[in-house]
Design a protein around this ligand. Sequence first.
Ligand code: ADP
Ligand code: MG
Length: 294
Amino acid sequence: MVTLEIKNITKTYKKGAVKALDNFTATLTPGVYGLLGPNGAGKSTLMNIITDNLTADSGEVLFDGENIKSLGASYRAILGYMPQQQGVYDDFTLNRFLWYMAALKGMKKAAAKEKITQLLDTVNLTEDAHKKLGSFSGGMKQRALIAQALLNDPKVLILDEPTAGLDPKERIRIRNFISEIAGDKIVLISTHVVSDIEFIAKEIILLSGGKLVAMDTARSLTETLSGKVFEIDIAGGELDDVRRRYRISNIFHSDDKITVRIVTDIAPDKYACREVTPTLEDLYLYVFEEGHHR
Ligand code: ADP
Ligand code: MG
């Protein structure tokens, strides 16, 4: 079984003033991993290091026990990467873009032709291959970018926010699509949207301020919150008080009351509450919401 070992990675920017990754360690095996964290958590930095587009201050990344820096081209040959920034290739037609990326990856013409035809079908863009990327919808563009990451049939697939800017329907399509193509690859997907990865990731990696907070299955992570999520029924005038005291996960207005879902270490005493089953979104809030809540 292939492994990708990320060992004690620290990365700073601005001469050490910004610590983007702080002694990050994780071992990945085939399957989908969700890298979850807010903007600035260090997701893209980690992905740039794993793909060898950026060098860490310290630590190392090993593919099957070998440092990716010494593997060099043979590592890039098994790597697929969809970077976060977009819009660079807007003047290219999809066909030209894929041929261009195939050439960059050093693919032979016959192999490229076969693969491009197959991938266009996989991402459901065969009919649109002659159109410019600039004219594509968000979802089409993301699918095109994922397609280029798959050209070399990678064993390691790194997707940096593949669902950014998509509407809910497109998000679901991309999510299902990633799940389908994952196969026996190591797939790492970054996002700040819990639902993107909750049900397709075998493990979720929570990243906050460059530090690994937790890495586990969605179920285990969610279970750690058990006994900490409650619903309380309040009147409108009490909402400000509740807001001050607790992390609010949801607010539901009905005719005669407001039902507030809160995540808290200490069960509320001031309000009548009922314990509810935690979700991964509750956990996200618990881990990432700043403030002086209990
Ligand atoms: P994410 O992808 O989770 O939003 P990033 O890896 O892009 O996080 O950023 C992590 C931190 O490093 C942030 O504080 C960001 O401002 C900083 N950072 C990222 N890239 C650079 C850079 N090229 N120069 C300086 N600071 C950077
Ligand atoms: Mg990013």
